[in-house]
Design a protein around this ligand. Structure first.
Ligand code: GLA
Length: 383
């Protein structure tokens, strides 16, 4: 496969970290895989089932190989991977560029080739590659190049998801390393302040992240409602978000080209979370084949409101209007700012991506009331 095709659009899937931490096993993985298919997530494009940190034993075997924890995977990891594949899904694993993973399991430093070959032999399709416990003399850039090289020569298409946290100006060099996605910010927590601060950092780099190598804003917290087993994600003060906040979070990740990797327990998702995670209009924006970035318009009416506009293939525009303020605000944008001059008789038809209804045809400008921490998202086409 052409390597770029592995991330032609932002990858979509599910990851164990936020909900299960180190407490997962074969039964959990199978039941998540079943739910991904049964509950309609796979049909929407969520295809990677990714096991994060804590899947191996604490030490390599006598041949230097990573050993899947037999208490978690009594039939070996291959049996689990086979099951995931049998449902038409893809399988992801986690490792780290340092000597240990962030949770203290063996990392891939100086084992990159061996691990890449092992992952390929097991049938792994996606590798989340973290950044902890690096020897002081080793730069991250070189270590990501190493794993990328090893994966590219492993004989299997394996997507490399660099978990780099946005340090060392990662956006300047990560594409040339061969990674397909890169984390650009710290770990997400199940709170609005975390969503807000990750977004604010991302808005500083609006032009980065496009087909071939997308900017990863971390796992989705939609539906967690403060219930994850991960003590960091669900730390004090991280007891979940309101429905409007989760909606803004998902809409932002869609508008801003982030991978959509669910972190909640989708076996027991409430109907609101499920509907949001499966919102096909928002997913269509995220998965637009042109993969263009957004530009941002601010509004005189409120310093906390802003509009993101993104050209889509086929001449459409995605428009996301966000209110980070503490009270409901009337906000919007003049079409002039998106290059649309009304004296030429041009108008825009608005399709509401949250209600899936026609929101009317407008000329010159658009404004709408947006709740505190809420959003409105539209697909717009020329009239
Ligand atoms: C880091 C990563 C997280 C998660 C943990 C696992 O903190 O950023 O996403 O993978 O390590 O230990």
């Amino acid at each position: 496969m052409n390597e770029m095709r592995l991330a032609a659009t932002p990858p979509m899937g599910w990851n164990s970290w936020n909900t299960f931490y180190d407490q997962y096993n074969e039964d959990v993985v199978r039941s998540i895989a079943d739910a991904m298919v049964r509950e309609g997530y796979a049909d929407c494009g969520y295809k990677y089932l990714i096991l994060d940190d804590c899947w191996s034993l604490r030490d390599r075997d006598e041949n230097g190989r990573l050993v899947p924890d037999p208490a978690k995977f009594p039939g070996g990891i291959e049996r689990v991977i086979e099951y995931v594949h049998s449902l038409g899904l893809k399988f992801g694993l986690y490792s780290c560029c340092g000597v240990r993973t962030c949770a203290g399991y063996p990392g891939s430093f100086e084992h990159e080739r061996q691990d890449a070959e092992q992952f390929a032999a097991w049938g792994v399709d996606y590798l989340k590659f973290d950044n902890c416990h690096r020897p002081a003399s080793q730069g991250t850039e070189m270590l990501y190049r190493r794993m990328s090289y090893a994966l590219r020569n492993s004989g299997r298409d394996i997507l490399l998801a660099a978990c780099q946290w946005g340090t060392e100006q990662v956006e300047n060099w990560i594409t040339s390393c061969g990674a397909h996605t890169y984390r650009s910010t710290v770990d997400i927590q199940d709170s609005w302040s975390s969503v807000r601060s990750i977004t604010e950092q991302r808005l500083q780099h609006l032009n980065d992240g496009r087909p071939g190598c997308f900017n990863d804003m971390d796992m989705l917290i939609v539906g967690m409602n403060g219930k994850g087993l991960n003590p960091e994600t669900s730390a004090a003060g991280c007891s979940g978000c309101t429905p409007d906040e989760y909606q803004s979070h998902f809409a932002l990740w869609c508008m801003l080209n982030s991978p959509l990797i669910i972190g909640s327990d989708l076996r027991s998702a409430d109907s609101r979370a499920k509907e949001l995670l499966q919102n096909r209009d928002l997913i269509r924006i995220n998965q637009d084949p042109e993969g263009r970035t957004c530009y941002k318009l601010t509004c005189q009416c409120s310093p906390d409101a802003f509009t993101l506009i993104r050209p889509l293939s086929g001449g459409e525009y995605a428009v996301g209007i966000f209110n980070f303020g503490e009270k409901e605000t009337m906000t919007g944008f003049p079409f002039w700012d998106m290059g649309l001059s009304s004296c030429q008789g041009q108008k825009l038809r608005f399709h509401d991506c949250l209600t899936h209804e026609n929101a009317g045809v407008y000329s010159e400008s658009f404004s709408v009331s947006v709740p505190a921490h809420g959003c409105r998202v539209y697909l717009c086409s020329a009239e």
